[in-house]
Design a protein around this ligand. Structure first.
Ligand SMILES: [Zn+2]
Length: 271
């Protein structure tokens, strides 16, 4: 079985971008949930339709690497099972997403090896990378995305990445699940900060007032940054959606009134 093409819904793409833009200093990652569907032309190949993004808490936060633990994969599988029941169709964990802040979008040697390990579990598993904050003259102010799998090159005796064509599917509106992901994303990032803070406090030999004060200040600063990156844009997006919904309700009410008037006139005429 081989993976032919990848389709990503517009709202999951939005979730991926929001996650990527949340951190300029460290790589961030999520697991992609969706369906692997046989293609129309060939029963040996599949297309991936990605409909959900699951964001686990990072166990280790690094500038140039993200790692997925077996526990995180189990968590994502549990989420996929719950979603399958809710949607009444089977969805599975079929890919991973991570950011490359300040560097190119190309998968690193570690990414290619990690991807190969995922493909041993699921042949249709896909990797998506988003390059952001890259100030290189060809990439400045641009978001670049790549979709890849790993192939073993017998001549080189090593794994290499292979580009997989991908498409972003437009959606009429942001789904409620996508909104939940946006809100949970902030909670997950806050929890990561609390875990790091607790670890630092537990390891402190010298628990003097100033050191504790500094750690508390760093935590408050981290919370503020997350609120600035998430809450503000989310509030703006929700306000716009509310305004749009209110306008739609007003328009529909007008249409109902006009239809009722029309109906009353027709009834009078028929009498
Ligand atoms: Zn990478």
């Amino acid at each position: 079985m081989s993976l032919k093409e990848v389709y990503l819904t517009g709202d999951v793409f939005l979730n991926c971008l929001q996650l990527a833009f949340s951190n300029e200093k460290q790589e961030v990652m999520g697991l992609l949930i969706g369906e692997l569907k046989p293609t129309d032309t060939d029963d040996k190949s599949v297309n991936a339709l990605i409909t959900h993004l699951f964001i686990p808490q990072r166990a280790d936060r690094k500038r140039d690497r993200v790692e997925t633990s077996p526990e995180q994969l189990i968590e994502a599988s549990v989420e996929a099972e719950a979603l399958s029941k809710k949607l009444q169709k089977p969805v599975t964990v079929c890919g991973w997403f991570h950011s490359h802040p300040h560097i190119t979008v190309f998968p690193s040697h570690v990414d290619v090896k990690t991807q190969a390990a995922y493909q041993m579990m699921e042949k249709g598993f896909v990797g998506i990378i988003c390059s952001i904050f890259n100030t290189d003259q060809h990439h400045k102010n641009r978001v670049k995305l790549t979709c890849f799998q790993s192939n073993y090159n017998n001549l080189k005796g090593d794994y290499e990445s292979v580009d997989i064509p991908f498409h972003i599917l437009p959606v009429p509106s942001i789904s409620s699940h996508s909104f939940e992901t946006m809100i949970n994303m902030q909670k997950t990032l806050n929890l990561e900060e609390i875990n790091d803070f607790s670890l630092c406090m537990a390891q402190l030999d010298n628990k003097d007032f100033l050191t504790r004060f500094q750690n508390h200040t760093a935590l408050a600063h981290a919370f503020s940054r997350i609120a600035e990156v998430f809450s503000q844009p989310l509030f703006a997006a929700l306000s716009l959606r509310l305004e749009h919904n209110q306008n739609t309700i007003a328009r529909l009410k007008e249409q109902i009134e006009m239809a009722e008037k029309q109906n009353r006139k027709s009834l009078k005429r028929s009498k």
